[in-house]
Design a protein around this ligand. Structure first.
Ligand SMILES: [Zn+2]
Length: 224
């Protein structure tokens, strides 16, 4: 069956890193909503034009437009063997719309990376970025003072947007809008939660094991 994956988890849980690793390993696209929004704007599609106008007014792109852009992206041929959605759905209405988009396809595999709030605050307040090239430090290296960028050797500094107040606000937004998705998907046979408070290699191994277990039990084709 196709590996149709979505990843849930709070900011700082390492979703993006894990999504990238898995997408590369399996040769399936990682679909980040930021990227596809930029693509739609550049390509000048109808939805892209509407999104551009909204963003130029400094407003947030609506669920309706975001859903339309995801629908267009998931209609392309390169997702036939699967995909990893990164940053979507973020809300229950988006998740309901995604179920509609996925009708008649292999079931969504929903992976939650679970990390306690205190651990997230610790990670996010110690997250480092390269002063020279902007590369983020991997979580396991993040707290090492005086560390150097693995790519270019530049000095690693704390990310400017990672002040405690900003982090608490981001976690609150997650609790309010995105955490309800854990309940929305939690009862499905294709849902798994892994412990994100482990080294990234162990989280990756747990995710692979969860996907393998789910793929075995899930029927091929979402329709009855
Ligand atoms: Zn660098």
């Amino acid at each position: 069956m196709a590996l149709n994956l979505i990843m849930l988890g709070p900011p700082g849980a390492g979703k993006g890193t894990q999504a990238e690793r898995f997408a590369t390993a399996k040769g399936i696209p990682r679909i980040s909503t930021g990227d596809i929004l930029r693509e739609a704007v550049q390509a000048g599609t109808e939805l892209g034009k509407r999104a551009k106008a909204i963003m130029e007014r400094g407003e947030l792109v609506s669920d309706e437009i975001m859903i339309g852009i995801v629908r267009e992206r998931l209609a392309r041929d390169d997702v036939r063997a699967g995909f990893i959605l990164d940053g979507f759905p973020r809300t229950v209405p988006q998740a309901k719309a995604l179920d509609g988009i996925m009708a008649g396809r292999d079931p969504l595999i929903v992976l939650n990376i679970d990390v306690a709030d205190e651990e997230l605050v610790r990670r996010l307040t110690t997250r480092m970025i390269c002063k020279e090239c902007g590369t983020n430090a991997a979580v396991e290296d993040a707290a090492v003072p005086g560390s150097r960028c693995k790519k270019c050797g530049g000095a690693m500094v704390q990310r400017a947007d990672d002040s405690v107040a900003v982090i608490i606000a981001r976690l609150k937004t997650y609790q309010r809008d995105t955490k309800p998705l854990v309940n929305f998907y939690g009862a499905r046979p294709t849902y798994r939660s892994v412990n994100g408070a482990q080294p990234p290699d162990q989280v990756a191994a747990d995710l692979i094991a969860a996907i393998a277990a789910v793929s075995k039990t899930a029927p091929s084709g979402a329709h009855a």
